[in-house]
Design a protein around this ligand. Structure first.
Ligand SMILES: [Zn+2]
Length: 91
């Protein structure tokens, strides 16, 4: 059973994901994302994975070196997109 109808809004959501996880996103957008997550299991998994990755990442970063912000941004985007693709392909 395939349900890719939500794909465009998933992409929108992922565009704001790093800010969402950092808590930097406007409240309005935050609640849109939370609303989307309630209805989209794929994105819940992606967000969950990202949150865990970020926690690990921040733990390592503070213990070892401080990576520049753009490295972090790229990591976020790459992870989000890879995860989304993976989950969509396997659904
Ligand atoms: Zn979604």
């Amino acid at each position: 059973m395939k349900n890719h109808n939500h794909a465009p809004s998933c992409k929108q959501m992922l565009g704001n994901l790093s800010e969402f996880i950092d808590g930097d996103l406007q409240a309005e957008l935050c609640s849109e994302i939370e609303e989307h997550l309630k209805n989209c299991k794929n994105c819940r998994i992606v967000v969950d994975t990202l949150k865990k990755t970020v926690e690990l990442y921040e733990k390592c970063a503070s213990e070892e070196t401080n990576l520049p912000n753009d490295v972090r941004e790229r990591l976020f985007k790459k992870l989000a997109l890879d995860d989304l693709k993976k989950h969509q392909e396997s659904s």
